[in-house]
Design a protein around this ligand. Sequence first.
Ligand code: ZN
Length: 349
Amino acid sequence: MSYPDSKETVELIKKLVMIPSPSGNTDKVITYVEEFLTGMEVETTRNRKGGLIATLPGKDEDRHRMLTAHVDTLGAMVKEIKPSGRLKLDLIGGYKYNAIEGEYCEIETAGGRTFTGTILMHQTSVHVYKDAGKAERNQDNMELRVDEKVRTEKDVRALGIQVGDFVSLNPRVEVLPNGFIKSRHLDDKASVGILLQLIKQVKEEKIELPYTTHFLISNNEEIGYGGNSNITPETVEYLAVDMGAMGDGQQTDEYTASICVKDASGPYHLGLRKNLTELAEKNGIGYKLDIYPYYGSDASAAIRAGHDIVHGLVGPGIDSSHAYERTHITSIEETTKLLYHYLQSELVL
Ligand SMILES: [Zn+2]
């Protein structure tokens, strides 16, 4: 028995965060994941929503297990082209404008061209605007400055930029020698990296899983309906692997696996939670139980959609989520270990 190599996982996460994939425009990253899996001869299918399902056959084919993680991220869309040539944005996913002030970004036109830019307060220059520090960070005051010689709306349109073009945020990923990983979109590409590495390990070690196990790489989680479909009727347990939320009063940290007991959708399945904590205790895996106050997962979305399943939520602890995030390699390792044992454990029902 050996766990997947965590340095390799971090390298994979780095590759994933660098592929732009705001919810609604995820084909590139799904193709990357698809090629990773088909390269290992893992059977995959795409759903109509554009997500990917990988299946590993298990000993018991009558009862299934399913895990999900999402590759879609926060982002934005061009809402208006201002007379000045600056772009007004509409945000994709749940976050505030202050989390992207000064951020570099990429605009992808419907015709497939890409341009770079920066998201700024209109009143940024302190040499010109007296209220630069106090003005509210909101849709009216923040705008995208395209890195092209554009002075008018017409100039921008001439580039092929139009309302509805996707804007992705630069992840600015950095892996530090002391184990910290700083990047946007660790939610939830850190978990996708973990799942892909686990699938690879199962294939390479020829591990026989107790149940047929599906992995849904969902692509609409940030907008609420990523992993709420394509759950086979045989599926008994459905585990969302998504970031653990850190902040005042939270137990979650960047060095352990976070097991969610309750979020805004209500408590997760008690039996599955107990199985996860027992697996962690038995195998010396660092974990934290926690409640995430303003959070919903693809597992709770699946329950809401009417699936009769045992649902759970576990993931690496992510600091400053939905902003400039950070975690540590030990959180990736502990989450990986927990899931490695979970994949080989008995179903709770
Ligand atoms: Zn997430």
